[in-house]
Ligand binder design. Structure first.
Ligand code: SAM
Ligand code: DTB
Ligand code: SF4
Length: 313
């Protein structure tokens, strides 16, 4: 039974020692508490996106100054995937600044990328905007492991963040992904001016998905100059820890990914996030368009914590 907002609030507001103890108990029942999955992102098509997501550097509606780039070549993406694998990544995620997938030569090229990355033995994830059932089926046939499509925030706050699409559109794409037998990667962003209740409504929505997501990215907003959310206040560190612990308790089996915003986090805060149940990070100096900690720095951090990259899937 999916939890209600008031149940989620009760979990979240427990004294921190109790919340962390419960999150640890759940985490250890389902995951190796020392292992962190390393994932690598590749932006395969940059900028000029017709959507108006208030946080995004790639929207055509904002003046972020980002240089647009057409769809990457298969060779360029494969070089990145091979380097990621050599650096210990077990999941490769390709993102495109599209509102939706259009059938045609560009989609065929993406399918070729999925086939080739899958042949490297890595988990393959894509985030390409909205898709239709027949496109999800083709991605599945090509070997796609997971499709990332975030709900971003609760349904009540969503229209404050983006108006060129509705929450319902997101849910429909997620349904098509699941129906094709592809794992769903779906999470959100903290720090966009939303209330705690909006965050709980996001968790309620994630817990109501059927099947529940295999992977939940928790992003902290990376403010980008020129976007409507450029001046947002940073997330309170302990609010992030509580949010991760609550996510872990509500969705015990999911991979909880400490995603955007790590450059602004201390190692101590990241360590608390791992204790709260986060078990994956994106590595490499760039996310899609914004900077991320250096790979070597992340490996040193894990070593200091006595943790290690998750090797097997
Ligand atoms: N266009 C596709 C879509 O929106 O589904 C895929 C790419 S989009 C950049 C992937 C996700 O990154 C978004 O759903 C959002 O949650 C996250 N994201 C984008 N910009 C961000 C930012 N500045 N800070 C934190 N997260 C961000
Ligand atoms: C997700 O939730 N976070 C990743 C991944 N899914 C694709 C992307 C974060 C992007 C951060 C902003 C940027 O670099 O443009
Ligand atoms: Fe486009 Fe995705 Fe950025 Fe929204 S988040 S503007 S859909 S690239």
């Amino acid at each position: 039974m999916p939890s209600t907002v008031s149940e989620i609030s009760q979990i979240y507001h427990q004294p921190l020692p109790d919340l962390l103890f419960e999150a640890q108990r759940v985490h250890r029942a389902h995951h190796d508490p020392r292992a962190v999955q390393l994932c690598t992102l590749s932006n395969i098509k940059t900028g000029l996106c017709p959507e108006n997501c208030g946080y995004c550097s790639q929207s055509v509606h904002h003046k972020s100054g980002l240089a647009a780039q057409e769809l990457s070549s298969l060779d360029a993406v494969m070089a990145e995937a091979q380097a990621a694998k050599a650096a210990g990544s077990t999941r490769f995620c390709m993102g495109a600044a599209w509102r939706e997938i259009k059938d045609g030569p560009q989609f065929e090229r993406v399918l070729e990328m999925v086939r080739s990355v899958s042949a490297l033995g890595m988990e393959v994830c894509c985030t390409l905007g909205m898709l239709k059932p027949h496109q999800a089926e083709r991605l599945k046939q090509a070997g796609l492991t997971a499709y990332n499509h975030n709900l971003d925030t609760g349904p009540g706050y969503y229209p404050q963040v983006v108006t060129t699409r509705a929450y319902q559109d997101r849910l429909e794409t997620i349904r098509a992904v699941s129906a094709a037998g592809i794992s769903v990667c779906c999470g959100g962003i903290l720090g966009m001016g939303e209330s705690l209740t909006d965050r709980f409504e996001l968790l309620e929505a994630l817990g109501s998905l059927d099947p529940i997501p295999e992977s939940i990215p928790i992003n902290c907003l990376v403010p980008v100059a020129g976007t409507p959310l450029a001046d947002s206040a940073p997330v309170e560190p302990l609010d992030l820890v509580r949010m991760i612990a609550t996510t872990r308790i509500l969705l015990p089996v999911a991979m909880v990914r400490l995603s955007a915003g790590r450059l602004q986090m201390s190692e101590e805060l990241q360590a608390l996030c791992f204790l709260a149940g986060a078990n994956s990070i994106f590595t490499g100096p760039k996310l899609l368009t914004t900077p991320n900690p250096e790979h070597s720095h992340d490996l040193k951090m894990l070593e200091k914590l006595g943790m290690q990259p998750k090797m097997t899937q």
